[in-house]
Design a protein around this ligand. Structure first.
Ligand code: ADP
Length: 360
């Protein structure tokens, strides 16, 4: 009675270095469950996953990202997106146990490093087998699917060359290939994607979202990503960085470098006087700008090397983070003489977990 391809309820997880992302597919017209017990547990799971927006102290359902009336493996239904810190995996498994998930679910689709790291724990604690998928296969699958289901998935920044004017605008991603894919999670992976099954990982950097949050916590004492971003929004990195004009007194005209360009990230912080006058907000902003610009630079070099002009940025580093998105849009546009375009996707960090239930 249950779909052979799609375990019901279909759950995909992406257990990352920082965050675990979970997608739950709720079919519109549930098949008749085999038994009364199954029906009860199914209802329980469904009610729990779809009625709450907070799970324990640290789990969240991103209601604004919910996708209704989508089709997966010939079934219509709703996709729910949930995240929690990977460090809370133990409490999540206990919660799953208490909701009776172990009784109904035998297999969960999984990807990310944690699919390996926590495999034994899933088996031992809740008797769930993880059906593992490669994270980059899943990521690409998820992205292509989301864009076909949701016409407002992909966007870019209009007027990217002036950050004070740049604004979100819809981008038609129906002819996606080729594109560079930059996944900014704890670390960064960069892929060149030339077709649905034709991609390679071309580069990466360990200076990613985890670095931003780690350094920002050290420098400002902030305790959450949201707080780090809020601080950064109110700060001014030019109090922290050494700019071209701090060195030249103006532009470096011969090579067309404007005075406002950062010449040395954190370059003012060797001075004691500067250090005492700088605020937590300035330090947060400088950390965000440093990490973002470095990723932008590497992404641009990859695009040039591969002769590809669309650069798609995903990953939870971009969550509630328009500063970085506008900066990346600016950097792609400015340094390429308007030939490269930065693109973004609404479901940011959820493509990997989504991909796993599509690859099943
Ligand atoms: P990973 O799979 O490595 O966990 P993600 O794509 O989930 O990667 O991105 C993790 C990064 O997202 C963090 O390093 C941080 O910069 C950022 N981030 C966004 N929201 C949060 C959050 N609520 N808690 C922690 N980090 C967050």
């Amino acid at each position: 009675h249950l779909s052979a391809q799609l375990p019901v309820p279909a759950i995909g997880v992406d257990v990352g270095g920082t965050l675990t992302k979970l997608v739950y597919f709720e079919p519109n017209d549930e098949d008749e469950p085999a038994s009364e017990v199954e029906a009860r547990v199914l209802k329980n799971i469904r009610r729990y996953l779809t009625k709450n927006s907070a799970y324990g102290k640290t789990g969240h359902r991103d209601i604004h990202l919910q996708m209704d009336n989508v089709e997966i493996h010939n079934k219509k239904g709703t996709l729910h997106f949930i995240r929690f810190p990977t460090a809370e995996m133990g409490s999540f498994l206990q919660l799953a146990k208490s909701k009776g998930m172990a009784k109904l679910l035998t297999t969960v689709c999984a990807t990310g490093g944690g699919a390996f790291k926590f495999e034994e724990e899933f088996k031992r604690e809740v008797n769930i087998r993880l059906k593992k998928f490669d994270e980059l296969d899943a990521l690409i699958k998820g992205i292509l699917y989301a864009d076909t289901q949701c016409k407002t998935e992909c966007y870019y920044y209009e007027n990217a060359s002036d950050i004070s004017l740049s604004q979100k605008a819809r981008f038609d991603f129906s002819q996606p290939y080729p594109f560079i894919l930059v996944n900014i999670g704890s670390g960064v992976s960069i892929l060149a994607v030339r077709g649905a099954n034709d991609y390679k990982r071309i580069s990466g950097t360990s200076l990613g979202g985890g670095t931003f949050l780690g350094l920002c916590s050290l420098l400002t004492g902030c305790t959450t990503f949201e707080e780090a971003i809020q601080l950064a929004t109110k700060g001014d990195h030019t109090k922290v960085d050494k700019l071209v004009r701090d060195i030249y007194g103006g532009d470096y005209e011969r090579f067309g470098l404007p005075g406002s360009l950062v010449a040395s990230s954190f370059g003012q912080m060797n001075s004691k006087e500067r250090r005492v006058s700088v605020t937590r907000e300035d330090l947060a902003n400088a950390t965000l700008v440093t990490i973002t610009n470095n990723i932008g630079l590497i992404a641009r070099m990859c695009a040039v090397n591969e002769k590809i002009d669309k650069v798609v940025f995903v990953g939870n580093f971009l969550r509630v983070n328009p500063i970085s998105m506008k900066l990346l849009a600016f950097a792609m546009d400015y340094w390429s003489d308007h030939t490269l375009k930065a693109l973004f996707l609404e479901h940011e960090g959820y493509f990997g977990c989504l991909g796993t239930i599509l690859l099943t």
